[in-house]
Ligand binder design. Structure first.
Ligand code: IDP
Ligand code: MG
Length: 162
């Protein structure tokens, strides 16, 4: 039975989620964390950091050709960011669903951006968009010893595994 549980746990994926400076300043940390927590995902790393501009450029390197890149990096490095890693079955893709579309004007009500943000340049939260970026972003923001592996008593109720 223990083996079965371990095998199941090994399937869990991890994603990088960050509350950007606007979300932190607006007092939305608890609101956003609670949406991931209540869903049934497990928090495995968390820290409050003010990224340097250089670090922000690394985080958003895929967007360096876009006209908003410089303003985006200035913004991300303008104040505290709450960096997190969340774990669970399908968390990368479903985390993006919880977050909603990039432009809050197009995010559905019920999503984080749909409920809590208005414009694309201040959309309060970041989430990895796929398995490769999740891995890349987790290792950019966290060292391996900051990722906490633990079993949660809720898991057997969330996943139905004994
Ligand atoms: P995502 O955050 O939903 O993954 P990306 O396309 O990866 O969206 O863009 C990263 C971030 O860049 C967005 O969350 C948003 O803050 C910002 N951004 C994206 N498009 C625009 C734009 O057209 N104008 C200003 N900022 C933008
Ligand atoms: Mg993105």
């Amino acid at each position: 039975m223990l083996q079965e549980k371990e095998a199941h746990a090994a399937e869990f994926e991890r994603t990088f989620i960050a509350i950007k400076p606007d979300g932190v300043q607006r007092g939305l940390i608890a609101e956003i964390i609670s949406r991931f927590e209540r869903k049934g995902y497990k928090l495995v790393a968390i820290k409050l950091v003010i990224p340097t501009n250089d670090f922000a450029q690394k985080h958003y390197h895929d967007l360096k050709e876009r006209p908003f890149f410089s303003g985006l990096c200035d913004f991300l490095s303008s104040g505290p960011v709450l960096a997190m890693v969340w774990e669970g079955e399908g968390v990368i893709k479903y985390g993006r669903k919880l977050i909603g579309a990039t432009d809050p004007q197009k995010s559905e009500p019920g999503t984080i951006r749909g409920d809590l943000a208005v414009v694309v340049g201040r959309n309060i939260i970041h989430g990895s968009d796929g398995p490769e970026t999740a891995e890349e972003e987790i290792s950019l923001w966290f060292s391996p010893n900051e990722l906490i592996s633990y079993s949660s008593n809720a898991e057997k109720w969330i996943y139905g595994v004994n």
